[in-house]
Design a binder for this molecule. Structure first.
Ligand SMILES: [Cu+2]
Length: 496
C-alpha cells in the first residue's frame, strides 16, 4: 500500500477546511481555547527580562516524589493566559534526579481532555506505570507513575510532556512541557548552568491558545510566539570570560531550530542529553522538535549578542510548492534570547579536551528492518487522516492495539528509516535510544546515542538500536507532533 501525492486542486480544497478534527475524532477544546483564525494575536507583555529558571523538584534519598497537576492558567510572555501548565507554570518544574533514582510522579488531570506523561529520552521501562504512552488519564483523574532510572543511565538533559495520542500537539502547543535533568559527572568548569526550554504557541489577545487550521496541522503548526522558559526574548547576563552551559531543549510542536549566537561559536558538549566524545565548535546547531543540545558559551568581550533561530525549510506539500511552505506565519530569523556581556573579566578554566561519551554497545546485529514514512491521499490502510489526508508509517496509520514491530529483548537491530515524502519528518523512538550509522545527507554521525533524528524529505537514515534491558511495548513516531496525532506513529513490542 502506498500513498499518492496530493493534487493541487485537492490541497487547495483542504485549505478551506479550518476544522479542529483529527484522525482520532473531534478534539474537545478545553476551556479558554479560542477558535481558529479569530481575534488579534497576543502581544508579549514583557520582553527582555532576565532569563528565569523553572522551579526545581529534586530527588531525595533516591526518590523524586512529586505531584504534577495539569491545568489551565499560566503566565506566558509576561501575560496572564489560559494556556496549560504543570502546577500553574509553563514550563513545569524542572525534575532533577540521579542515576538509580525512582521518579514517583502523581499526574493530576485538571483539563477537560485526556492526558498522560512521557519522559522523553530516558532509557527506562515502558511497562505498566513506567514511561507508558498507552496510559490514559481522563479529566478529573490522576495516575501514579513509578519510573526507575537505571544506575548506569547517562547524565544529561531530557524533558517531559504529555503523549496521549490525538492531543499531543495541542497540549504541548498549550504549554505542557518541562525539563528533566539527570545529574552526574563530570562537572564542567562553568559559571552558570541553565535550562533554555524553547516552545512556540499562538495566543489570541485574550490569552487563549489559537488552534491551527487544517492546513497548519498537516504542515505541522508553528506558533507566532517563540518563548524560552515561557519568556519572550529573555536576557542572559554574563561577564567576559564566563563559561555558561546552556541546556537547550526544542519543545516546539513542529518548528526546527537552527541556532546561532551572534559573533560566537557554539561549543556543543552534548546531544539529546548525552556527552559527545569532545566539545565541537559549531556556527549553527540544528535541533528538530524533541532534540536537545548542551552548549558551552564563552563570551569574551562586552556587548549584546542575540541567540537566533534562522529559518529552516522543512519542505512543502509536494505540488503546492512554496505556497504551503512551512504552514506558518513566522518568517525570517527569530530572536530567542540575548546575552548581555559586561562587567569585570573572569577567567574560566579551559574546556576539557574529552568528555565522557557513553561507549557504543558492541554486538552482532540480529535483524535489519526498513521503515517508510509517507504522506498522501486516501490510499492508506487502517484509517485516514484529516479528510483523506494520510500520515503513515509503512502505509498504515497508528493503531494502538497492533504490534508493528516485534523485537527480541537484548538484541541489537539496524533500522533504515526512509522518508518517501516532500517534507522532513523527525523520527523518535521511546525508551530505547539509538545511534545514527549513516544518512542520505552524508552528514558524519556523532557516534553517540540520541533519540530524535531528522529524516530529510526523500532521504533516509540508518540506525543501530540496542533493545536492551526493558521488555515491553512502546512507540516510534514523527516528532512533528501534528503528524503523530494524525497517525504517523507505530508500535514496537520488545519480548523476552
Ligand atoms: Cu512528520
Amino acid at each position: 500500500m502506498t500513498s499518492r501525492p496530493i493534487s493541487r486542486r485537492r490541497a487547495l480544497a483542504l485549505l478551506g477546511l479550518g476544522t479542529a478534527s483529527v484522525a482520532t475524532g473531534t478534539v474537545a477544546w478545553a476551556t479558554g481555547v479560542g477558535a481558529p483564525g479569530q481575534c488579534s494575536r497576543l502581544r508579549p507583555g514583557a520582553s527582555g527580562e532576565p532569563l528565569s529558571q523553572p522551579q526545581v523538584a529534586a530527588s531525595v534519598n533516591g526518590v523524586l516524589d512529586v505531584a504534577l497537576t495539569v491545568g489551565p492558567g499560566v503566565r506566558l510572555a509576561g501575560r496572564d493566559t489560559s494556556a496549560f501548565g504543570f502546577n500553574g507554570t509553563s514550563p513545569g518544574p524542572t525534575l532533577r534526579a540521579q542515576p538509580g533514582d525512582t521518579l514517583l510522579v502523581r499526574l493530576v488531570n485538571h483539563i477537560d481532555q485526556p492526558t498522560n506523561l512521557h519522559t522523553h529520552g530516558l532509557h527506562v521501562s515502558p511497562h505498566g506505570n513506567g514511561d507508558n504512552p498507552f496510559v490514559t488519564i481522563e479529566p478529573g483523574d490522576s495516575f501514579d507513575y513509578a519510573i526507575r532510572i537505571p544506575a548506569n543511565h547517562p547524565a544529561g538533559t531530557y524533558w517531559y510532556h504529555p503523549h496521549h495520542h490525538g492531543t499531543v500537539a495541542d497540549q504541548i502547543f498549550a504549554g505542557l512541557v518541562g525539563a528533566l535533568l539527570v545529574a552526574g559527572e563530570p562537572d564542567l568548569p562553568v559559571t552558570e548552568d541553565v535550562v533554555l526550554l524553547v516552545t512556540d504557541t499562538t495566543l489570541d489577545d485574550a490569552g487563549r491558545v489559537v488552534p491551527p487550521s487544517a492546513m497548519a496541522r498537516m504542515m505541522g503548526r508553528e506558533g507566532d510566539l517563540v518563548l524560552v522558559n515561557g519568556q519572550h526574548e529573555p536576557v542572559i547576563t554574563a561577564a567576559p570570560g564566563d563559561a555558561q552551559r546552556w541546556r537547550i531543549i526544542n519543545g516546539c510542536v513542529s518548528r526546527v531550530l537552527a541556532l546561532r549566537l551572534e559573533s560566537h561559536p557554539l561549543a556543543q558538549v552534548a546531544l539529546d542529553g548525552v556527552f559527545l566524545p569532545a566539545p565541537v565548535d559549531r556556527d549553527q546547531v540544528v535541533l528538530a522538535p524533541g532534540n536537545r543540545a548542551d552548549l558551552l558559551v564563552r563570551p569574551t568581550s562586552d556587548g549584546r549578542y542575540r541567540l537566533i533561530s534562522d529559518p529552516y525549510n522543512r519542505g512543502s506539500m509536494g505540488m503546492m510548492g512554496g505556497m504551503m511552505n512551512g504552514g506558518h506565519a513566522a518568517t525570517g530569523p527569530v530572536t530567542l534570547a540575548t546575552v548581555d556581556v559586561s562587567g569585570p573579566r573572569t577567567i574560566s578554566p579551559a574546556l576539557p579536551a574529552t568528555l565522557p561519551a557513553p561507549p557504543a554497545p558492541n554486538g552482532l546485529v540480529a535483524r535489519q528492518r526498513q521503515l517508510t514514512f509517507a504522506m498522501g491521499m486516501g490510499m492508506a490502510m487502517g484509517g485516514l487522516g484529516m479528510d483523506g489526508m494520510s500520515f503513515t508509517i509503512d502505509g498504515r496509520t497508528f493503531d494502538t492495539g497492533r504490534d508493528d514491530q516485534t523485537v527480541q529483548l537484548d538484541t541489537i537491530e539496524e533500522w533504515t528509516v526512509v522518508n518517501d515524502g516532500p517534507m522532513d519528518h523527525p523520527f523518535h523512538l521511546h525508551a530505547w535510544p539509538f545511534r545514527v550509522l549513516a544518512a542520505s545527507a552524508g552528514t558524519p554521525p556523532t557516534g553517540v546515542r540520541q533519540d530524535v533524528v531528522l529524516i530529510p524529505a526523500r532521504g533516509w537514515v540508518r540506525l543501530r538500536i540496542p533493545f536492551s534491558d526493558y521488555p515491553g511495548r512502546s512507540v516510534y513516531h514523527c516528532h512533528i507532533l501534528d503528524h503523530e496525532d494524525l497517525g504517523m506513529m507505530a508500535t514496537v513490542n520488545v519480548r523476552t
